[in-house]
Write a protein that binds this ligand. Structure first.
Ligand SMILES: [Zn+2]
Length: 149
């Protein structure tokens, strides 16, 4: 047992997964109205048309130094990139439509939420999932829930 671990790995997986899904949805919707552009010496990241586009070039001929740009735009769902594309080369790119990470992360996250609702792990708080091993106070130190003995 690790006495210093505040929360279980599943608790973190659930919330990190949820945060990632919310981020993907927000980024997806935001790309209807704006595009975000990050640029370094050898790479560019674009958030546009419902997807994330990563480009790299080991030997760029002209490239300003690091910059960030946000531009407003008007897009409809028909303009969006729905298919992933990869060109492993130099220069190359990866285009990842946001529905893909949403699907990949959302499915196990939904599963973890369903599981957390149904049956709490033995020896864990049924409210917050805190590990109650060795706890004799009758109260969850994390959320204050009274624990039936
Ligand atoms: Zn608790």
């Amino acid at each position: 047992m690790k006495p210093y671990r505040r929360r279980g790995a599943l608790w973190w997986a659930r919330w990190v997964g949820t945060a990632a899904c919310v981020f993907a949805v927000v980024a997806f919707l935001a790309s209807l109205r704006c595009e975000v552009h990050l640029e370094g010496a050898h790479w560019e990241v674009w958030l546009q048309r419902g997807s994330v586009l990563l480009l790299w070039d080991a030997n760029p001929t002209t490239r300003p130094c690091r910059s960030v740009g946000v531009a407003t735009t008007q897009r409809s769902l028909r303009d969006f990139e729905w298919r992933p594309e990869v060109l492993i080369s130099d220069p190359g790119y990866v285009e990842l439509p946001l529905w893909l990470p949403l699907l990949i992360i959302g499915h196990p996250t939904a599963f973890l939420w369903g599981r957390a609702r149904r049956r709490p792990l033995a020896g864990h708080c049924r409210n917050c999932g805190y590990d109650l091993t060795g706890n004799v106070s009758g109260r969850c130190p994390e959320c204050g829930l009274t624990i039936p003995s």
